[in-house]
Design a protein around this ligand. Sequence first.
Ligand SMILES: [Zn+2]
Ligand SMILES: [Zn+2]
Length: 299
Amino acid sequence: MSERLVILGSKGGPAIRPGGPSPTSSLLEIGDRRIVVDCGLGVSRGLVEAGLALSALDLILITHLHSDHVLELGPLLHTAWTAGLKHTVRVLGPVGTKAVWDGFLASLRYDIDLRIEDEGRPDLRGLVSIEEFGEGLVLDEGGLAIAALRVDHPPVTECYALKLSHGGRTIVFSADTAYFPPLARFALDADLLVHEAMHPAGVDRLVERTGNGARLKAHLIASHTMAADVGRIAAEAAAGHLVLNHLVPADDPGITEADWTREVRTTWTGPLTIGRDGLELMLPQQEQKGKSHEARHTA
Ligand SMILES: [Zn+2]
Ligand SMILES: [Zn+2]
């Protein structure tokens, strides 16, 4: 089977606009696993458009509980259930993930009970297993290892970068974080580093457009990473390929892919892809490690 990373939603923040990108979610198919990383609004649609049968969902990872990363967790699992899910889906997330799921189940109780009774479906509550994790090794099974590193995303304290390793390949997701040098050590020699990013001129334009400018800018700078600093992390980690994701801003026509590239190129000379919804990157096969990756746009 093809092993790939698909960026399903590439924008930072919960807002959506006509024709614009969706909040954060990704699909990683590696080994025989189908792993969803974060469940921002649009994740279910994104997975279907990427060719994944929702009933084949396997493992879901949540980096932190900001809504642009978790809003569609419950709806995704519910939609997979109505699509014929029969096996248990594991959800790994920080403390609080179980409360999010339980709250969703409570809000949809009428529909869930009705479908069990009326359509003879298995009980959704028995098909999802939620495991809350902290820093360290999160999962190690069947050749897949997942480790978590707490990153710097105030005021959220439970926010984790995730490192997934399988068959000699390593993929790291930064989660949301301010410039955080320990992440470079965590991501050392990763084949793919998927890192959140802000564009300085884009942030200024964003701040100009909103009424709450100064406060918004202070929040963004304290808890997210400027593109040039993302390049510093990638260089320090000697990453095989840097993918910019969780873009702020993601939907300002005045900030183009060339603008993002110019910022990152001040600090990073290696392979670089600017994330967009539907972007697909094939993973290196074990014997091909070190070769550059093929990128293509699928949606
Ligand atoms: Zn976010
Ligand atoms: Zn966040």
